[in-house]
Design a protein around this ligand. Sequence first.
Ligand code: C2E
Ligand code: SIN
Ligand code: SIN
Ligand code: SIN
Ligand code: FE
Ligand code: FE
Length: 383
Amino acid sequence: MDISNGTFNYSELTPENLINIIFNYMGRIAYTRDLDELLVLMADMGRQLVVADRCTLWLVDQEAGELWTKVAHGIGRHTVPMDSGFVGYAIKHNQYLLIEDAYEDSRFNHTIDNQTGYRTKAVLCIPIENSEGEIIGAFQAINKVTPEGKFSLKDVAYMTLVASYSGKALESAQLVYEIEQTQKEIIYVMGDIAERRSKETGNHVKRVAEYSKLLALKIGLGENEADLINMASPMHDIGKVGIPDSILKKPGKLTTEEYEIMKTHAEAGYNLLKSSRRRIIKAAAVISHQHHERWDGKGYPQGLKGEQIHIYGRITAIADVFDALISSRCYKLPWDLDKVVQLFQNEKGKQFDPLLVDVLLQNIDDILLIKKAYTDISEDYLS
Ligand code: C2E
Ligand code: SIN
Ligand code: SIN
Ligand code: SIN
Ligand code: FE
Ligand code: FE
């Protein structure tokens, strides 16, 4: 990109404004590892620097052949085809675009304006490179909010500066995002291994993960810890990998001996996970071990009582039983909500932490929304 021979049209921002904006955002960007947050911060910075009405940071998703953005000013989450519109053009040709009126340019993609009634006029697009010089996305600023209403080469220069800073931070955030998504998928797959063998439980681990997170947040654990429980609780039944099919899939009630064998899954799961030094796996080890303990001390495998049971174990116990009751299992039909609520009221302070039972019942509407969002197809047929 060559901007050296342009005539700079000095406008609204004073040099002090400029420095302030850059320092303000660079400080915050340096502390942000979350990709979504970064996209918003950077788009905001771009918008202020060029005094635009809107600014969006688009990222290339090579595998999907799409450009995507999490949050754009006023338009929300969105994906477009790779070669779509000005952004697609700027990315494909590694070239900035300075457009006075979008509607007079055939490259303009009218979809968003048609959907929202917005009138796009002036447009500025600046590609973003990673450290290898590959184009990973682009800034798109829309509608200069000065009387003049046009972007200038000065704006190109500012935005190019922002783009060069942004490339590096985005690259590491994308890497972290990629690793976290991979980690999450592996966790669900691990949790699913035990469940999949009995095919009706498809989304059980995902529901338990979401119920657990909700309960954690509602009793006042922080966002980080709630996320930890969300990631770890899907592994609660990993120990069932060692249970023979003849027991795991038995269509009817287990005999006493079969139930004794089934009960070994808690300790077995703990033994699988306990040696890890990873935070999520350590939490999963505790949850595997303690999700069948009871508040009154009559649970298994250790017979722990009350607050001797780790809070992660107490939370997952409630999430797991709620889901087991409200869903169908190879050995039972789903229960009506009334009956489930009744059980939790009866078992408050016996099987379950009384405070957590209150929290569950107070938030039952949100819990049911989760249940609905992750309904198993086979259960749709049943109900
Ligand atoms: P699961 O199906 O995930 O059930 C988890 C927990 O939900 C059970 O732990 C129990 O506390 C509760 N639960 C499930 N169904 C009922 C029910 O009909 N009534 C009541 N009161 N509670 C219920 P639990 O008992 O330690 O069982 C652990 C696992 O053992 C179960 O996990 C399931 O895989 C298996 N299991 C338990 N009972 C039977 C059975 O009769 N037949 C078969 N095939 N499997 C069973
Ligand atoms: C996504 O598709 O949501 C992320 C993929 C990427 O990092 O490009
Ligand atoms: C059992 O007591 O066999 C487990 C709980 C149940 O399925 O009712
Ligand atoms: C099963 O249907 O027996 C497995 C359900 C579960 O592990 O929660
Ligand atoms: Fe279990
Ligand atoms: Fe379970």
